[in-house]
Design a protein around this ligand. Structure first.
Ligand code: PLP
Length: 339
């Protein structure tokens, strides 16, 4: 099977397994795990933030950010197809007691003027707008890179009104490697940032949230409340450190493979790309084949290829560390014979 369902399916590298084996550990709830501390320091430095916190998943990181920034009854502005809105089980409502308010973006980028217009004025009837979330790269928009200039403009609007911005940067490293814009530049357009170690970077689990020391102190308490205070967790922070030191530059390969896949598939009748491919995600529309996404995915499975549905007639392929250039060429050949 060639597994292109997600970049989360990657297995830890042998360097990661060795690092886990060798990791110096302690009880992280007591602040005594040196490997976790190193991971948090390295991550904070890479993002240009004061402090960082190792969390179990991207969803947990995003929700800790919402919980830390907001109070129950507040409103959060976010893009209509953002992960925080679509794919986190409404946890901002269930856990933080806040109301999401969506703004339809263009390839994941919200118009800063629409953001400005959506911020609530002081009025007894209204919730308080207490957080604005941006996502880069944007998953539902097919790994689209939200331009730095757009993030700057949104951040300016937010700062005028003293509203914090949280960046869901689950795949921020993909954006940075593909665009050449540094992580720090992106992270400087938000107060807090979440990124995943367990996607293209290949670690077995974990995400990091970063921000001011004050924010991270409060976030640490929310993590504990959510049951995310872990003990000798250096065992999994160590592979995360390998992800940050050895796995960033190679994301370029995933991006090249995505281009190769997109070129191959787009030449076949009945398959149409949805939007341009900028990073490691390829969205293909199969409507012209007269098939639903689910039907096409069944056909793919029959020829040894896994992908996921991303709409009634949309299929998502994500290139990743465990898929080679040869695999991609083989996918193109097999799909060509299929259609
Ligand atoms: C994957 C993803 C998350 C959530 O990460 P998990 O580790 O799966 O909880 C959040 N935001 C975006 C944009 C993602 O792609």
């Amino acid at each position: 099977m060639i597994d292109l369902r997600s970049d989360t399916v990657t297995k830890p590298t042998s360097a990661m397994r060795q690092a886990a084996f060798d990791a110096e550990v302690g009880d992280d709830v007591y602040g005594e795990d040196p490997t976790v501390q190193r991971l948090e320091e390295v991550a904070a430095r890479m993002l240009g933030k004061e402090a960082a916190l190792f969390v179990t998943s991207g969803t947990q990181g995003n929700q800790i950010a919402v919980l830390t920034h907001c109070n129950p009854g507040d409103e959060v502005l976010l893009e209509a197809n953002s992960h925080l809105f679509l794919y986190e089980g409404a946890s901002m409502s269930a856990l933080a007691g806040v109301q999401p308010r969506t703004i339809q973006g263009t390839r994941g980028a919200m118009n800063p003027e629409e953001v400005r217009a959506a911020i609530r004025p002081e009025d007894i009837h209204f919730p308080e707008t207490s957080l604005i979330c941006v996502e880069n790269t944007h998953n539902k928009a097919g790994g689209a890179i939200v331009p730095l200039g757009n993030m700057q403009a949104v951040y300016e609007v937010a700062r005028e009104q003293q509203i914090p911005v949280h960046l869901d940067g689950a795949r921020l490293f993909n954006a940075s490697v593909a665009s050449g814009v540094s992580l720090e530049h992106y992270a400087a357009q938000a107060d807090t940032v979440q990124f995943c170690l367990s996607k293209g970077l290949g670690a077995p689990m974990g995400s990091v949230i970063a921000g001011s020391s004050d924010f991270i102190n409060k976030a640490r308490k929310w993590r504990k409340r959510l049951g995310g205070g872990l003990r000798q967790v250096g065992m999994v922070a160590a592979p995360g450190l390998v992800a940050l030191t050895e796995m960033v530059d190679r994301l370029t390969e995933d991006h090249e493979h995505a281009q190769l896949l997109a070129q191959g598939l787009s030449q076949m009748t009945g398959l149409n790309l949805e939007g341009k491919v900028e990073t490691n995600i390829v969205l293909v529309n199969v409507a012209e084949l007269g098939k639903s996404a689910e039907e096409f995915l069944e056909d793919l499975k029959g020829i040894g290829i896994l992908a996921v549905p991303f709409g009634p007639a949309t299929v998502r392929f994500v290139t990743n560390y465990d898929v080679s250039r040869d695999d991609i060429e083989s996918v193109v050949e097999r799909v060509e014979q299929l259609v």
